[in-house]
Ligand binder design. Structure first.
Ligand code: NAI
Length: 328
């Protein structure tokens, strides 16, 4: 039997945590033959709720779940961690300025980065879900100097999946008919879902759509503002779909992407496509043998260039703001 993989989930008692933990424990994160040991990190007030979720996990009798630890101490939570899902974050509340938001999240992601640096396993992979995800990932990464920088990633897979679904609906095709879709930039309203390199049954998606007005005025805003639309309709933010995207992100990072396709991940830039080196920005990536690489050689036209640049400019601003606050 294989040794269990240590998976740490922060914000485990939150709504994404509730949707995520059962799928990790049932084998969807890493694969149907990989046992997992769960570590749940919560703030002290939410430890009891996390214990309740752990009772339910017990009650599922998942064959692959070899144990659950619950803690409010980051050092304990990340000791020996192989996969870290950083979900817990400080949400923006009414009247909160961006500086306050970044500062509050710095207070979470700095110590978590330090704890990962101190105790994580050599092969640790980190996915940041908690918003502002790209910049929170950068903060954690900057406090983990002994961990290879590329192990810190942020989630744009929910945006990717939303874009797949919107495009499939528009064209009356199955999501499996669509390949090579890309989300570029920040996980925010400035993100750019790119249909100029996506393919639908082999045809360029933008050509298959053949409706620039729809692309600009419907598709891009619908994908970028989907989170707000979910809150409006559901009275709560995306949870199951966010958990599903986190599963997809880590699953593909560990197990690889399909031949002839790619996925979107926010990863530290190596300077590709003019994105300043070190920024954690979303790119098209393929994964082989557990290592991702940015798809190279795509031609970027003026329309795409302007949108990528706008989102990247926002990431630069966020980085400069956390620098100015002394958080990195
Ligand atoms: P939630 O408020 O239901 O749960 C968050 C949990 O994190 C709470 O239980 C809280 O106690 C915990 N927490 C707060 N600080 C913590 C700390 N320092 N250590 C450990 N746990 C801590 O929120 P929900 O809906 O689960 O969302 C979590 C985050 O995910 C939010 O920041 C949200 O904006 C973000 N999100 C990101 C998406 C993406 O596509 N990247 C999509 C949807 C949500």
């Amino acid at each position: 039997t294989r040794t269990p993989v240590n998976v740490t989930v922060t914000g485990a008692a939150g709504q994404i945590g509730y949707a995520l933990l059962f799928r990790i424990a049932s084998g969807h994160l890493l694969g149907p033959d990989v046992p997992v040991r769960l570590r749940l990190l919560e703030i002290p007030q939410a430890v009891k709720a996390a214990e309740g979720t752990a009772m339910e996990l017990d009650d599922c009798a998942f064959p692959l779940l070899s144990g659950i630890d619950i803690t409010d101490d980051a050092k304990t939570a990340f000791d020996g961690v192989n996969v870290a899902l950083l979900v817990g974050a400080r949400p923006r509340t009414k009247g909160m300025e961006r500086g306050d938001l970044l500062e509050a999240n710095g207070g979470i992601f700095k110590p978590q980065g330090e704890a990962i640096n101190a105790g994580a396993a050599d092969d640790v992979r980190v996915l940041v879900v908690g918003n502002p995800a790209n910049t929170n990932a950068l903060i954690a990464q900057q406090h983990a100097p002994d961990v290879p920088a590329e192990r810190f990633t942020a989630m744009t897979r929910l945006d990717h999946n939303r874009a797949l679904s919107q495009l499939a609906k528009k064209l009356g095709v199955s999501v499996t008919d669509i390949k090579k879709l890309t989300i570029w930039g920040n996980h925010s309203a400035t993100q750019y879902p790119d249909l100029f390199h996506a393919e639908v049954n082999g045809q360029v998606a933008a050509e298959a759509v053949n409706d620039q007005a729809w692309l600009e005025n419907e598709f891009i805003p619908t994908v970028a503002k989907r989170g707000a639309a979910i809150i409006e309709a559901r009275g709560a933010s995306s949870a199951a779909s966010a958990a599903n995207a986190a599963i997809d992100h880590v699953h593909d990072w560990v197990n690889g992407t399909a031949e002839g396709d790619w996925v979107s991940m926010a990863i530290p830039s190596d300077g590709s496509y003019g994105v300043p080196e070190g920024l954690i920005s979303s790119f098209p990536v393929t994964v082989t043998d557990g290592e991702y690489s940015i798809v190279q050689g795509l031609e970027i036209d003026d329309f795409s260039r302007a949108r990528i640049d706008a989102s990247v400019a926002e990431l630069v601003e966020e980085r400069d703001a956390v620098k100015a606050l002394g958080l990195i």
